[in-house]
Design a protein around this ligand. Structure first.
Ligand code: ZN
Ligand code: ZN
Length: 394
């Protein structure tokens, strides 16, 4: 009899083991495509748990564990964890804090890797499903598209996945709850670089120059009208300028030749993404021109939006109700404007991306130097992945 809460309860039996693994990975964080120790640990654990096949070196340091069900079947499920850390310094002072200076598991990928190991251990032992479960441990989620690297390395031809699931811990969702919705979960994250070129000159004789600093101030203000005047108020968009550089600090009388600005654009829909790109170009070029300067925009596309598929989002919520309790599964939630490269997997195959809550009064946000993954969510998170696989392959 299929009972998701029984699954997380049996994973709870090795909660202490999993916690030790999580803290060990936390102590030894590894950055994008350098997850050699972590990948070796994952491969070793998978073999130890009796997983049928362990494949390494996919898309760099990616690992795939294949678990065959006890019944034949032609459907396969993919479960994803990310293994990489962030290039930032940890300030938690925890006994299991990072020993790799300047690197930290500040996004909880140590916990995701551990939860997928927990699911693999349960699934390899019970095999109460048909077809195959592919446990996918990807490199480089943080900005360097490890998911895409695995796809480009033939992930889906070698491991034909029919439904793909991944989860992320969420310090903005209450501990003991989970959230999943149909449609957008995370935004497309694009980079912009704006260059305003004027004509430098004497700060005391501005009439002989075209001031790029003044032009950039107008550009900076004007591009905020994209969100407020061009995009449907019911849609969402972020245009943030996060860096601006021009002139020399300490030099009081020189108008520089050039100002550069960098920033990020977040959207959920391709139409909106295209609209923002067009409007940025129009505003930057024409505003700069009005001040006698030349404006250019470089728009670099990053991760696409993470869009859940309806059937899979509903299946995940349904399974989650059996684990977290019906009242603790949130499906009415706003998407998040962060980026996530699970988006590439969801563009390739149907699936869903889920948040497992870990918000308490004392929790820190992800990417904060005091953040730590909450080990209490391991049994339910791992149980959720395993139960989804069983449900998909019943
Ligand atoms: Zn992150
Ligand atoms: Zn993350």
């Amino acid at each position: 009899m299929y009972n998701p809460s029984k699954i997380s309860e049996s994973i709870r039996e090795f909660h202490a083991d999993l916690t030790a693994i999580r803290r060990d990975i936390h102590t030894n964080p590894e950055h994008a495509y350098k997850e050699h120790r972590t990948a070796a640990l994952v491969a070793e654990r998978l073999k130890f748990y009796g997983v049928d096949e362990v494949h390494t070196g996919i898309g760099g340091t990616g690992v795939v564990g294949v678990i065959r069900g006890s019944r034949p079947g032609d459907r396969n499920v993919g479960l994803r964890a990310d293994m990489d850390c962030l290039a930032m310094s940890e300030e938690t002072k925890l006994p299991w804090a990072s020993i790799n200076k300047g690197f930290m598991h500040g996004c909880g990928h140590d916990g995701h890797t551990t939860m997928l190991l927990g699911a693999a251990r349960y699934l390899a032992k019970t095999r109460n499903f048909s077809g195959n479960v592919f446990c996918v441990f990807q490199p480089a989620e943080e900005g360097q598209a490890g998911a895409k690297a695995m796809l480009d390395d033939g992930l889906l031809t070698r491991f034909p996945i029919h439904a793909f699931y991944g989860l992320h811990n969420a310090p903005w969702v209450a501990l003991g709850t989970m959230a999943v919705r149909n449609g957008a979960m995370m935004a497309a994250a694009d980079q912009i670089e704006i260059t305003i070129e004027g004509k430098g000159g004497h700060g005391g004789m501005p009439q002989f120059s075209y001031d790029p600093i003044l032009a950039s101030a107008h550009v900076l203000t004007a591009i905020q009208s994209i969100a407020s005047r061009n995009v449907d108020p019911a849609d969402a968009v972020v245009v943030s300028i996060c860096g601006i550089e021009g002139g020399v600090m300490g030099t009081y009388n020189v108008i520089p030749r050039e100002v550069k600005m960098v920033g990020t654009v977040r959207t959920y829909r391709t139409e909106t993404q295209q609209l923002v790109e067009q409007k940025l170009k129009l505003i930057v070029e024409n505003t700069a021109a009005a001040f006698g300067a030349t404006g250019k925009v470089k728009f670099t596309k990053g991760y696409p939006a993470t869009i859940n598929h309806k059937r899979e989002a509903e299946l995940a919520a349904d399974v989650g109700r059996g684990i977290f309790g019906a009242e603790n599964v949130i499906t009415e939630i706003f998407p998040n404007t962060g980026g996530e490269d699970f988006a590439f997997f969801l563009q390739a195959v149907p699936g869903a991306y889920i948040w497992v809550g870990q918000k308490t009064d004392t929790s820190f946000p992800i990417h904060h130097s005091c953040y730590d993954f909450d080990d209490r969510i391991i049994p339910n998170g791992a149980g959720l992945l395993a139960a989804i696989a069983e449900k998909e392959l019943a």
